[in-house]
Every structure is written in structure tokens, then in C-alpha cells.
Design a binder for this molecule. Structure first.
Ligand SMILES: [Zn+2]
Length: 275
């Protein structure tokens, strides 16, 4: 069983940049999240795939009907935090407040109990051990933030779902899909690698992982399937992450959705919990 997850945020929710995309400017920027998420929902429906949607609290507060639509379509709702700020920059107290604000926004929008979390830009990991305690204290049982790659994580992080102890009980960590290629760890489950590789190569890598008994966790963003995304000048790394090979991604994604078996994060975590 694999996981298809969606981080529901706007095209301008980019961590750590000011200027044109500073948080105080967000309310005035053109919103694309409803139209692009709706398109993704149509694709999932056509492929008969059920996914987990990590919805940003900021989005849920502005578009509660979108949360309802995702839920009515049979998908699971989870938290992507409220203001899309990286966990270390928040610190313990502000992280707790951001997390609970996100849960309140999702509940106000009609979602059921929220028990799974993914940090903005994979920013919750062994460098922020206090954040796992806070998640468990607020009733979360699943996290999907620890990327086994450099820059946003560490290549030494586990690649399979596993249990992590906290001060308030265990959390199941479900990491994103990576593969080894020529001495490098490639983040095949999201971003530029998922958008760039040919579907048959990705499917072969997923099959290989499944044959070993491991799920492949893929992540997409609504802004990645936008026909006409607004563009702003970003630092090189972020430009690559946000704009590289968007063209035709929806078609490549469609092939993946209709070929490999996908389910929700919660089902995969449940299987890991009973191991
Ligand atoms: Zn995000």
C-alpha cells in the first residue's frame, strides 16, 4: 500500500522569503488554491484514489467549503500547521500555538478529529525533538515530516514508517519516498524529482519498494498542477523547487495514480502500529 498526500496551500506559501511573498502580503495575492485543489480532486476521483490532505489552517479559515469538499469526496483531512512557518523558526511555544490554531480552523471548517501532521518544508525532525512531544500532547498520533534527504532533513533518517517515543506517548512517523541514485539520495516522492522522472521509472521504483514490504509516500501540491501559476522571482533553490518542470505534470501524475495502488497515510500508519 502506498500513500498519496496533498499539502493544501497557496502558490505563495513559500517558507522563509519576504518581499513580494511576505505573509502580510498574502491576503492581497491572487488565490489559486480552490481551483487547483478541485482539479486534483477530479483526478483522484477519476483514478479512484483516496488520499490524505494536509490542509493549512490559513487556507481552511478562508475556504472552509474546500475542506468540506475534500472530506465529502472521501479523503482524510490532516494538519499542515496554520501560518506555514518552519518549526525551528517558531520555537516550542509558538509551534504549539500554530498547531492548535490549525486544528481549530480545520474543526471550524467541519473536519473530524485531526490526528496527522506534516510540517511546512519538512521542518520537524530530530533537530526539534520538543515538537514531537507537543504533537503527542495535542492528541496527534501520526507525523509525516521527516525527510531522509539533505538540506531539509538527514539521509540517516529511517525510510520506513516507524514508532517514535515522546513524553506523551508514541507517534508513528511516516517518511516521504526517496531512492538512491549514483551515490545520492533522490527525493522521488515529491517536488522536482516526482515532476521530472518518467512515470514508468517512478512506478518501477515504487514496485521495488513495495516488493521489500515498504510503502512509497508521494506528496503533491495544488500549485504544481496549475496551468498558469503566478510567477515571482525566488532564490535559485526555491525557483527550482517551485517552477521546474511543472509543464505536463498533471499527465504524468495521472499515469501514476491510475497504475500504482494508493491509500491514506492513516491506513499505512495503522499497519505500522500493529507491527
Ligand atoms: Zn507546505
Amino acid at each position: 500500500m502506498n500513500v498519496l498526500s496533498v499539502d493544501v496551500e497557496e502558490w505563495f506559501h513559500v517558507c522563509g522569503v519576504g518581499g513580494a511573498l511576505a505573509p502580510e502580503r498574502w491576503p492581497a495575492l491572487p488565490s489559486r488554491v480552490v481551483i487547483t485543489t478541485a482539479r486534483l480532486l477530479d483526478e483522484l476521483d477519476a483514478a479512484q484514489v483516496t488520499a490524505t490532505f494536509f490542509v493549512l489552517g490559513w487556507v481552511a479559515d478562508r475556504y472552509p467549503e474546500l475542506v468540506e469538499r475534500i472530506q465529502t469526496a472521501g479523503h482524510a483531512i490532516a494538519s499542515h500547521g496554520y501560518g506555514h512557518i518552519r518549526v525551528p523558526e517558531l520555537g516550542p511555544a509558538a509551534f504549539g500555538a500554530d498547531l492548535s490554531a490549525s486544528v481549530r480552523a480545520l474543526l471550524r471548517a467541519g473536519a473530524g478529529p485531526i490526528t496527522a501532521y506534516r510540517a511546512p518544508e519538512w521542518s520537524l525532525n530530530t533537530r526539534t525533538p520538543w515538537a514531537f512531544d507537543e504533537l503527542a500532547a495535542q492528541g496527534f498520533t501520526v507525523d509525516a515530516s521527516m525527510a531522509p534527504v539533505r538540506i531539509v532533513g538527514q539521509t540517516s533518517y529511517p525510510r520506513q514508517p516507524h514508532r517514535r517515543r515522546t513524553a506523551h506517548g508514541a507517534i508513528i512517523e511516516v517518511p516521504p519516498f526517496v531512492v538512491d541514485r549514483v551515490g545520492q539520495v533522490v527525493p522521488l516522492g515529491w517536488g522536482w524529482a516526482l515532476r521530472t522522472w518518467q512515470p514508468r521509472r517512478i512506478l518501477r521504483a515504487i514496485e521495488h519498494s513495495n516488493a521489500l514490504g515498504y510503502p512509497a509516500v508521494l506528496t503533491v501540491h495544488p500549485w504544481e498542477i496549475d496551468d498558469d501559476p503566478p510567477r515571482v522571482r525566488l532564490p535559485v533553490r526555491l525557483h527550482f523547487a517551485h517552477y521546474f518542470r511543472l509543464s505536463g505534470f498533471i499527465n504524468r501524475l495521472r499515469t501514476l495514480l491510475r497504475t500504482a495502488p494508493f491509500s491514506t497515510l492513516e491506513k499505512v500508519a495503522h499497519a505500522a502500529r500493529s507491527m
